[in-house]
Write a protein that binds this ligand. Structure first.
Ligand code: ZN
Length: 333
């Protein structure tokens, strides 16, 4: 079996890249805690790391988002790492690499004279820089089962923009439901696709969007739902309202078209449930075929699949990689 050089995923979900580096979870003795992005399953035991680690490292955007979401990191512990910046840790170099998932996301690499290791974090393709030729690669495999494929994954952006524009043109406001992070990703995407209707949001997203704007993202017209302006925008019926996934259960108002974005729809790109309710198969994670594509290109000497977050799918994916791609692979923990 290939050597792992101490790289692992602990049973509390921390990815250990070197003795002083823990990623997305707490580990005793880690001097640097890296945060790949702001999803809660990657902020495990963060307050403990803030207390005991010397540095909390992340992209400048992720650090600011953590602040906006109420995580108090003392200034002297913040280690903002723009993509590509190198930081000396142990006897090697730590750096972040571009990953497409939600705003601020990054993959992580550590290279020393003895070994090289990396963690993909959550990602999808294209738009993620593949970590090639490492001794040990830790991969996120949320959609690790062979049947979890969305062949339309690379065209779905256009399809979603089409659906939204179509409904707006027919005079119907659009309500979109998705997980945090994905909401911001979709907001940016729709603007890129030329959708210019005002966005109506609650306080949490309003705060997050202010941070994105500070970092140069262009989000256009955003209105706080509870404000007077929000009320006026609603009356105009020309708007897109964004809410958390959980709001979908109560989304039956006849006065708008309701769209749920989910990565767990594999049968077709979108489904109309009734005249004003739709499900769109939109994910911020690689599907199975993209995971295979990633691993084939990355060709690590040893692949570790994160089963803390991936569960059974991680074990199935590790088996697939070792048998079919001929790359030693294990699910950990
Ligand atoms: Zn995530």
């Amino acid at each position: 079996m290939q050597q792992s050089f101490g790289v692992t995923v602990t049973d509390r979900g921390a990815i250990i890249l070197s003795k002083s580096i823990s990623v997305d979870g707490y580990a005793d003795g880690a001097i640097v805690r890296v945060v790949t992005h702001i999803h809660s399953d990657h902020l495990l035991d963060l307050s403990r790391s803030i207390r005991y680690a010397e540095f909390i490292a992340a992209t400048p955007l992720t650090l600011d988002l953590l602040g906006a979401l109420g995580h108090r990191i003392p200034e002297h512990k913040k280690l903002p790492m723009p993509i590509g910046m190198k930081v000396q840790v142990d006897d090697g170099v730590l750096r972040l690499v571009r990953a497409r998932h939600i705003p601020g996301s990054a993959s992580v690499v550590f290279e020393s004279s003895e070994f090289s290791a990396g963690y993909t974090g959550d990602f999808k393709l294209p738009g993620t820089d593949i970590l090639r030729g490492l001794d040990v690669l830790v991969i996120d495999a949320t959609y690790g089962l062979p049947e979890w494929v969305r062949p339309w994954q690379e065209e779905i952006d256009y399809l979603l923009a089409d659906i939204v524009l179509d409904e707006l043109r027919k005079g119907s406001p659009v309500h979109i439901y998705a997980y945090n992070g994905k909401i911001e990703e979709v907001m940016l995407l729709l603007r890129e696709m030329g959708v210019d209707a005002p966005y109506l949001v609650g306080v949490r997203h309003y705060r997050v969007l202010r941070v994105l704007e500070k970092h140069g993202y262009r989000i256009g017209d955003v209105v706080l739902e509870s404000s007077r302006e929000g009320w006026e925008v609603k009356r105009s019926r020309w708007y897109i309202r964004f809410s958390h996934y959980n709001g979908w259960r109560h989304s039956n108002g006849r006065d708008a078209v309701h769209i749920l974005l989910t990565g767990w729809e594999f049968s077709e790109p979108y489904k109309r449930l009734s005249t004003n309710r739709l499900i769109v198969s939109f994910s911020d994670h690689a599907d199975f075929s993209q995971l295979v594509e990633y691993v084939k290109e990355a060709k690590p000497k040893l692949l570790l699949v994160d089963s803390y977050r991936g569960g059974r799918a991680a074990r199935v994916f590790a088996l697939y990689v070792s048998r079919r791609l001929n790359i030693p692979a294990l699910a950990v923990p």
